[in-house]
Design a protein around this ligand. Structure first.
Ligand code: HEC
Ligand code: HEC
Ligand code: HEC
Length: 118
C-alpha cells in the first residue's frame, strides 16, 4: 500500500468511527419509561422499574419477545389473546426472580404483595 492509499484508508476508518460511536453510546442509554405502572387486576397495579431491568437483564427480548416496545403493548397482547393473563408474570417475571434467588444472586420480589401494590 502506498502512502496516499494509507492516508485515505485512515481517513475512512476515522469517518466510520465517528459515525458508529454515537450508536454505541446511545445503545447503552436506558429507553422508554423509567417506571411503569402495569395493570394487575384485583391484586392491584405493579410498579415495574423498567430502566433497572434494562441494566440487569440487558437482552430486551427476554421481555419484548412477548409484546412490542410500545406503551400499552402488554395489555393489547393480553386483549388479543397473544398473551394469556398472568403469562408474563409467571413465565417471565417470576421465573427469573425465582431462578436468581435459588442461585443465591441479587433478585426481585417473588411474593404477591411485593409486586402488586394496593
Ligand atoms: C423485564 C422486562 C423488560 C425488559 C428486559 C425490557 N423491557 Fe421495555 N418494556 C417492558 C414493559 C412491561 C413495558 C410496558 C409495556 C406497556 O405499556 O404495555 C415496556 C415498554 C417499552 C417501551 C415503550 C415505551 C414505554 O416506556 O412504555 C420501549 C421503547 C421499551 N420498552 C424499550 C426497551 C428496550 C430498548 C429494552 C432493552 C434495552 C427493554 N425495553 C427491556 C418490559 C421490559
Ligand atoms: C414479580 C412481580 C409479580 C409477582 C410476585 C406477582 N405478580 Fe401478579 N402480575 C405481575 C405482572 C407484571 C402482571 C401483568 C402481566 C400479566 O398479566 O402477566 C400481573 C398480573 C396479575 C393479575 C391480573 C391478570 C389479568 O390480566 O387479569 C393478577 C390477578 C395477579 N397478577 C395476581 C397475582 C398473585 C395472586 C400473586 C401471588 C401469588 C402475584 N400476582 C404475584 C407481577 C407479579
Ligand atoms: C431475567 C431476569 C428478570 C426478569 C425477566 C424480570 N426481573 Fe425483576 N428483577 C431482576 C433483578 C436481577 C432484580 C434486582 C435488581 C436490583 O436490585 O438491582 C429485579 C428487581 C425487581 C423489582 C424490585 C426493584 C427494587 O427496586 O427493589 C421489581 C418490582 C421487579 N423486579 C419486577 C419485575 C417485573 C414486574 C417483571 C416482569 C415484567 C420482572 N421484574 C422481570 C431480574 C428480572
Amino acid at each position: 500500500m502506498n502512502f496516499k492509499n494509507w492516508k485515505a484508508s485512515l481517513f475512512c476508518l476515522t469517518l466510520a468511527g465517528l459515525l458508529v460511536s454515537p450508536a454505541l453510546i446511545f445503545a447503552d442509554q436506558p429507553q422508554g419509561r423509567k417506571e411503569i405502572s402495569l395493570y394487575g387486576g384485583k391484586s392491584g397495579p405493579v410498579l415495574f422499574p423498567h430502566h433497572t431491568h434494562q441494566k440487569v437483564v440487558k437482552d430486551c427480548q427476554v421481555c419484548h419477545v412477548n409484546f412490542a416496545q410500545k406503551e400499552g403493548a402488554l395489555d393489547s397482547a393480553k386483549k388479543s389473546g397473544d398473551l394469556k393473563k398472568k403469562q408474563m408474570m409467571n413465565k417471565t417475571c417470576l421465573k427469573c426472580h425465582r431462578a436468581l434467588k435459588k442461585a443465591g444472586e441479587k433478585s426481585g420480589p417473588t411474593s404477591c404483595k411485593k409486586c402488586h401494590i394496593k
